[in-house]
Design a protein around this ligand. Structure first.
Ligand SMILES: [Fe+2]
Length: 278
C-alpha cells in the first residue's frame, strides 16, 4: 500500500495517509513507518476507528505495549495499559486521569528509571476550542542551545519528578512522596544516534552537582530554547485522530480548555529502555 507523508510543521510532526491501524501492519510497512517516525518524531493518523483490543495493538510496530505507572489506587480505570485522559465525570468523579485544563511541557514518564519510549493518544470526544496538544522537537532544542549551556549540561544528570499536578513547578521538598528519577540532561537516541535535550518545565527539578538556586536559573534559561515557537507543532484534535510520539526526543504540553466542554482520549504507551547519556 502506498502511503502519503505530509509534514505538520518545519520542525516536528507528520501526517500519514493510507494506513488503517485496525489492520495488522506488514513487516515492510513497519520498517517504513519507523523510518518516518524517527525523522518526524510525532505521527498523526486521522479518521481511525479502533476498538480497545485494536488500540492495544496499535503501537506494535514500535514495540511492546507498556504498563501504566500510576498506582491503581490513584486512578479511576482498571485497564493496565490504556489510560482515559478525560474531564468527564460520573457522580462527581473523573472517569479518567489528567482531567482538566492546561498541562505544561513534559516528557511522559521521565520520573521513572526506565521511561516508556512512545505514547499514543486516540481521540473519542474533543472540545470545540482548546485542549490542543503541543509538541516540541528536543533535537532542535539541543542544536539551538548556546555553546555555554551545552557545556554546562554535558554529562550532567537532572532530577525529574511528578506529583500528578498539571501545572506546578517541581518542588524538592516533596521528594519523599512523589515519584522521581535522575536522568541524563542530554540523551543520545538509541536509533538515530542524535542528541536530544531531556529537560522540561513540568518535571525537571534540579541539576546534579550545581547549587539548587543556580540550577533553577539554568533550567529557566534552557526552557527558552526547549519551548521556542520555531520547534513546536500544535495539534488541534478531531475525533478519530491517532497520534504517536517519541518521548526520548520530544516533549509535549496541553493548552487550556473550558470545563463546560467534554474531552475524552485514550492513551497507551510502548515500553522503553534506560536512557543513554550523550
Ligand atoms: Fe503527557
Amino acid at each position: 500500500m502506498d502511503i502519503e507523508v505530509i509534514p505538520l510543521s518545519s520542525s516536528i510532526g507528520a501526517e500519514i495517509r493510507g494506513v488503517n491501524l485496525s489492520q495488522p501492519i506488514s513487516g515492510k510497512l513497519q520498517h517504513k513507518l519507523l523510518q518516518i517516525w524517527h525523522k518526524h518524531l510525532v505521527l498523526l493518523f486521522r479518521g481511525q476507528k479502533l476498538s480497545d483490543k485494536e488500540l492495544w495493538k496499535s503501537g506494535d510496530w514500535i514495540g511492546q505495549l507498556g504498563r501504566r505507572s500510576r498506582p491503581i489506587e490513584r486512578r479511576h480505570e482498571n485497564d493496565p495499559y490504556i489510560m482515559l485522559v478525560s474531564n468527564i465525570r460520573k457522580n462527581g468523579k473523573p472517569i479518567g486521569s489528567l482531567p482538566d485544563g492546561e498541562m505544561w511541557f513534559h516528557h511522559d514518564m521521565a520520573f521513572v528509571d526506565v521511561p516508556h519510549k512512545a505514547t499514543f493518544l486516540y481521540s473519542i470526544e474533543v472540545p470545540q476550542h482548546g485542549g490542543n496538544t503541543k509538541f516540541a522537537n528536543m533535537y532542535d532544542a539541543f542544536d539551538r542551545l548556546p555553546h555555554q549551556l551545552k557545556k554546562t549540561l554535558s554529562g550532567k544528570r537532572v532530577l525529574q519528578l511528578f506529583d500528578y499536578k498539571e501545572t506546578s513547578q517541581p518542588n524538592l521538598e516533596e521528594l519523599h512522596n512523589v515519584e522521581h528519577a535522575w536522568q541524563p540532561a542530554i540523551i543520545q537516541h538509541p536509533d538515530t544516534g542524535r542528541k536530544a535535550l531531556y529537560i522540561n518545565r513540568l518535571m525537571t527539578a534540579t541539576i546534579e552537582g550545581i547549587p539548587h538556586d543556580e540550577a533553577r536559573k539554568i533550567i529557566a534559561e534552557v526552557l527558552f530554547y526547549a519551548e521556542h515557537p520555531s520547534i513546536i507543532y500544535e495539534h488541534v484534535w478531531k475525533t478519530g485522530d491517532f497520534l504517536v510520539w517519541d518521548n526520548r526526543c520530544s516533549s509535549h504540553a496541553r493548552t487550556d480548555f473550558s470545563t463546560a466542554e467534554r474531552r475524552l482520549l485514550k492513551r497507551g504507551m510502548v515500553e522503553g529502555a534506560p536512557l543513554i547519556s550523550a
